[in-house]
Each structure stands twice: as C-alpha cells, then as structure tokens.
Design a protein around this ligand. Structure first.
Ligand code: TEU
Ligand code: CA
Length: 619
C-alpha cells in the first residue's frame, strides 16, 4: 500500500470527516512509572536521568509516545498522585532542568511525551489547600468543605456530611478541627478533591496545563478526570449514594460522569489545546460506558482524544477486586466488543491490560507455572490486545513478560490502597481473613506492577547499582535472572521480540491500525478470535489483502478453531484436516504467531490449536 493510501487510511479512521489526521491512530504508547524504572544516583528510587539513559531502548522497541506517571513535588502518600506543586519536580526524581533534558531527548528520537495530570485532587500539603483549610480567600472554596451532618457532633464518626466512601476505604470526608468542617477526598485523606464548580480552580488548572505545554510536552494522561464534576444539587447538597459491602457509597461510583463533565472537558480543550497540533489527551475514566466513551472521544465534540475504560479490568472479581475470580473469556470478549462497537463510526479506543494500578496480565490471565507457558501466554494476550482497533498502551516491563511480585508477607507491601484495604477488610470489618486478603493482595495489589524494571540479571536487575547506597524501594523480582531486557534482546523468540513485531504491524499494516473490528465465535470459552477488515473503506485501487483474522487459544488446553473463525479463514470447518479438501495455506500470509510458523500452518490445516497458540492471518 502506498504512503498516500496509508495517509488516507489514517485520516479515514475518523469517518465523521474530521480534517486532522490523528497521528496517534497508529501510535503505541509506553507508560513509565518513574519510581521503578531506572535509578542513577543509588538511592533505590528511579529518577529522570535514569529515564533519559533508557530512551534508546524505548526507541529500539518502536514506541511513539511515553506517558510519565507523576514526578511533581509530592509527600508521596500515594506515590506522587498527591501533588503539592504542579510546576516543580520532586527532588527524589531530579529537577525541572532534568525534565527539560528529558523532553528534548525524547523529541530528538522522534518520540513524544505526555505527563500525568492529577487535578481531581491535590495533596493536602499543596499551598492551595493549606490556605483553604484556614478559610483564606480566594482559596476558601477551592475544595469541597461541608459542616457535620445536621444534629451531629463534628469530628465524631457518623457525623460526616454524607455516606460517600473513599476508594482507599473508610469515609470520603475528613474533619479539620482548624476549619471546623469536613473536606471531601475520593482517595486518601491526604488527597482533598478540588472544587471544579469554582471557575478560579479551573483557570488555575488550565494555566498550569499551558505552562507545561509551552515547556514542550505533548499532552496529558488525565487521572480520574471523569470524577471532576460532582453530583451537587442546586442547594449545594451532596446526596447520599447506594452503600456497598463496607457501608459506604464508593466515591468513584457516586461521582463518575457528573452533570458538568462535558462542559468542563470542552472548556479545557478550548483553553489549552485550541490552535495546537500533534498533542494527545487521554482521560482515565472510571464509570464511563462505551456509549459515553464514544461521545467524549468523538472529535466533533472537542473533548478528549481517548479514554481508559475500566470494565475489562473489573469484571473478573465478585463485588470488589479483593474477591478475584479466574478469567472467563466470554464476558471479556463481550466487554471488548461493546467498546469496539461503540466507536466504529467515530470516537476512539485505548487498548490496555496493564498499568501501575493493575496486576501483571501474564500472572492475572496467563500462565507462569513454566517459562515456556509464561512466554506463550504473554504473547497470546499481547497479540489479542494489540490486534484490536485502537491505540495500544504498554506498561513498563509488560514487553518483557514481567510477572506479579510474588510477595508472601503483608509487610512487603507499600501501596496505600493495599495497606488501607487490608486494615479495613481484615481488622476493622472482618470482610476477609488475613490469609484471604494476603492471597488477594498477591493477585491484585497495585504493588505487583511496581517492582523495579528488570534490565538485566544482576543483583538489582540493573535497576540500580550493585553497590548502591540504598536497596530498591521495592524488591526486584528474583525471576529477573531469566526475565530481563538484556537476555530478551538476544533472543529472537523472546516476549520482547514479539512486542517489537506487534508494534511494527501497528505502524505498517493499515488493516491493523484502521480496519473495522468484528468478533467471531463470541461464546467460545477457550478461543478469542476476531476479524479486522478494510472492506467498506473507500480504497478502490487497493488490490492488497484487506482482512486479518486473529485467533488465540487463551487456555493451557488444546482447542478447536471454532466455525465462524474457520469460515473467516476461508477454511471449511467440516473439511478439517484441510489437506483432505486440497486447500492450501499460504504461510507468508501468516502475519505473526507465537509458535513456529510451520506449526501454525499445520494448525490451520488440522483446525486444532495448541495451548496458548495465537496468530494473525491476512487474506
Ligand atoms: O487511579 C484511579 C483508580 O480508580 C484507582 O483507584 C484504580 O482503579 C484502582 O486502584 C484499581 O485497583 C488513579 C491513579 O492511576 C492511581 O494510581 C491513584 O491512586 C488514583 O487515581 C488517585 O490519584
Ligand atoms: Ca534515584
């Protein structure tokens, strides 16, 4: 396909006729959690100079955009998602000048960099909150302050203004004796929610965003941005929500997708991004349906370019994430299909299984019992994700097939969510036993994603020097002796090599970056398969192959190619083995496979998929 056709294709993604060619429609984004990426000054904590030292690795991987989790000044209560100065770098990570060097070094390699925007809340050590707590104007109502419930004694449990609960457990209201009122916090009490109803708050946020854009960054990942419009009533009332198993109404459910969200997002787009080019905005979107994702990401609505939805990383649990369930691919396929379906005409999808809040997908849904199964299942899951229509996000170490931490004792955990929810569920409310919660933490704690990046097989995995003054802030997984970048760069069959192939396909195959998406055999309990197609795109002179069929056996058992999938492959499901029908398989149309090509070619002939076998075949 010619470059012009590719250009046309990328543009045709926005079938609503939007003029711009969304550069990010065939881009791949790589998330860095700086604390755990690369330490260069021996304090056991990752830093900005460390990221700069690893940019050639990222350029070689082929990613287009880097998303940096927060490095701003912060007391680190929620590891940087509690910001006390939006326009300065926390000394543990470096300085603003290191940030300038990083931005420049990223751009020199033809990549872009977006940074984390955390403006649903600040740290309680931010100057704005310290003034607000004193009632000092104009900051008095920059946050959500409310008196104790009518007829209740302030500061006494049960006197909180309503039944909203924090995402980290307990009430979402903290009493401030200094002010004599309660303030709202969706997350920890050290993360007070900003009052977006106040135009001065919004203007301060936009000014800060423009300051960063003018400093050279290329956009933002917007932390829980769908919580910024609270369901406040005309009289200022914040009504109770439906209580969960802990007696509180979860803040994220109550606040998600509030009445003024679209208004605020349009205003932000106009105030910060109008007139700029080549930027990317992605919103973290708890509580957003596929239909609302389409509305918010439809370019005609001038809000955000894409969102992170949560349904596909919440369905495998009963009630809360602390009651985890094994993977059932049928609901997963249904959720992914509804999200793909909603944006097939306009709007866009992000594609992720991993981030700094989610357990490692190869441990969650793959099989790490042997090296071979870990590699096969990591590749199968990556192929399924990257072959969908949308923009894929790779979380640091995912490209190596890194696994969960494997912690066995409670005192190994560091994350506030894990620590607080253990105390709430085991000690306060007896919702889980110690052993049940330790098992749940081993499967779902956010610390599973935060062990240091495994660069090589040395003592600290190359994350920090062997003679470092301090050991890494979180232990390096001992499996770094076999799972690490150096060894995988030497191995053409490594998970890393497979991710490079997937990224190359995204960049070069318009069916993969632009083609429509159709689920096949949605009810099959072992096989996840779908078709990508350019049919219906106005590419009259295209003679190349215009369909790609993706097939993945997401179990450790053998499985059969199901009927709709066989038909899409041009195979007669009744005629397996196909050689009986004299049909031939064209190996060169096998775009990518996690087994040796001859094996997959024979799979196509017999219709029988090996454990975790996954491939994409172009027709
Ligand atoms: O996460 C928002 C969020 O919903 C998380 O609580 C996530 O869903 C949950 O932890 C999954 O178990 C964002 C950031 O990504 C997270 O790191 C912060 O802790 C949170 O917001 C507050 O800023
Ligand atoms: Ca450091």
């Amino acid at each position: 396909m010619t470059a012009e056709q590719r250009e046309f294709l990328a543009g045709s993604i926005r079938t609503n006729g939007a003029s711009e060619n969304p550069w990010w429609a065939n881009a791949v984004v790589y998330q860095i959690y700086p604390r755990s990426f690369q330490d260069t000054n021996g304090d056991g904590i990752g830093d900005l100079r460390g990221i700069i030292s690893r940019l050639d690795y990222l350029a070689d991987l082929g990613v287009d955009v880097i998303w940096l989790s927060p490095v701003y000044k912060s007391p680190q209560n929620d590891y940087g998602y509690d910001i006390s100065d939006y326009q300065d770098i926390d000394p543990m990570f470096g300085t603003l000048y290191d940030m300038d060097d990083l931005i420049q070094a990223v751009h020199q390699r033809g990549m872009r960099i977006i940074i984390d925007l955390v403006v649903n809340h600040t740290s309680d050590e931010h100057a704005w909150f310290e003034a607000s707590r004193k009632g000092t104007m104009p900051y008095a109502d920059w946050y959500w302050w409310r008196p104790a419930k009518e007829g209740h004694t302030p500061g006494v449990p049960g006197s909180e203004p309503n039944n909203w609960g924090s995402d980290f457990g307990g009430s979402a209201w903290e009493y401030s004796p200094e002010r004599g009122e309660y303030y709202l916090h969706s997350f920890s009490e050290k993360q007070p929610d900003l009052n977006w109803e106040n135009p001065a708050v919004r203007q301060a946020v936009y000014d800060m965003m423009n300051w960063w854009m003018n400093r050279g960054i290329d956009g933002f990942r917007m932390d829980v941005i769908t919580l910024i419009s609270k369901p406040v009533e005309a009289d200022g009332e914040l009504p109770d929500g439906v209580p969960g198993e802990d007696g509180y109404a979860n803040a994220q459910i109550v606040m998600a997708d509030g009445p003024r969200l679209d208004e605020f997002l349009k205003e932000m787009r106009q105030q910060v991004f109008e007139g700029r080019e080549g930027f990317l905005t992605v919103g973290e979107a708890p509580g957003i349906t596929p239909a609302r994702n389409q509305a918010i990401t439809d370019p005609a609505n001038n809000e955000l370019d894409m969102l992170f939805l949560f349904h596909h990383v919440e369905f495998d649990a009963r009630g809360s994430k602390w009651n985890p369930l094994p993977l059932d691919i049928v609901p997963l396929k249904r959720i992914m299909a509804s999200e793909q379906e909603a944006v097939k005409e306009s709007g866009w999808a992000s594609l992720f299984f991993n981030n700094h809040d989610q357990p490692r997908v190869v441990s969650r849904w793959g099989d790490t019992t042997t090296e071979q199964l870990r590699s096969l299942s990591a590749k199968a899951l990556a192929l399924v994700l990257h072959m969908h229509r949308g923009t894929p996000y790779i979380y640091q170490g995912e490209e190596l097939g890194m696994t969960n931490a494997g912690f066995t004792a409670f005192d190994q955990y560091r994350d506030i969510e894990s620590l607080d929810l253990y105390k709430l569920r085991v000690l306060a409310m007896k919702l889980s036993t110690h052993d049940q919660m330790l098992d749940a933490l081993g499967r779902r704690s956010r610390d599973n994603a935060r062990t240091p990046m495994q660069w090589d097989s040395s003592t600290f995995g190359g994350f920090t020097e062997e003679d470092a003054a301090s050991v890494p802030w979180l232990p390096v997984n001992p499996n770094k002796r076999i799972i690490n970048a150096v060894d995988e760069q030497r191995d053409p069959n490594s998970v890393l090599a497979f991710y490079k192939e997937l990224i190359h396909l995204r960049h070069t195959n318009p069916v993969v970056s632009a083609g429509g998406w159709t689920l096949l055999d949605g009810d099959d309990e072992r096989v996840y398969s779908f078709e990508r197609s350019l049919e219906g795109f106005d590419l009259s002179d295209t003679t190349e192959l215009s369909r790609v069929v993706v097939v993945a056996n997401l179990t450790g058992h053998t499985a059969h190619i199901p009927p709709q999938t066989a038909a899409a492959l041009g195979l007669d499901p009744v005629a397996f083995p196909v050689e009986a029908s004299g049909m031939s398989i064209d190996e060169e149309n096998l775009l990518i496979s996690n087994y040796p090509r001859p094996q997959t070619a024979s799979t196509l002939l017999t219709g029988r998929l090996a454990p975790w076998e996954a491939f994409a075949y172009q027709l």
